[in-house]
Design a protein around this ligand. Sequence first.
Ligand code: CMP
Length: 138
Amino acid sequence: ATNRTFTMIKPDAVQNGHIGNILAMITNAGFKIVSLKLTQLTIADAQAFYAVHAARPFYGELVEFMSRGPIVAAILEKDNAVEDFRTLIGATNPAEAAEGTIRKAYATSIGENAVHGSDSDENAAIEGAFHFAGREQF
Ligand code: CMP
């Protein structure tokens, strides 16, 4: 079925000038952009967005990284969006990411891994609503 996922181009990839190339990989893979913006998370925003990871040893580092510079937030639509987008971005650790994936091309480490992709339809809706008002979702 046609459904939606949520992504962020993370501060490392924005800083390194990869916004255009990553958006091209996303649209070339058949995803339609239904929401899009350049924004920056506050520390409190990043803590809330990643609250599910609050007990992890890398949480502080993750929050610091995700709030250190601008990100691109987007909602994407496609048949089988959540699963197909996770395939397109590749493994969390770029050393394990397949050829042709966004993380293989642009991630630098397991923490600074260029892009986020929602892990379920439910989280896609929650994460999309975190960043975009209803009138910003086309
Ligand atoms: P993502 O899967 O988008 O969301 C959780 C993030 O936590 C993940 O991307 C990485 O950026 C980060 N992360 C996961 N594992 C580690 C780790 N071992 N060390 C540092 N950051 C991590």
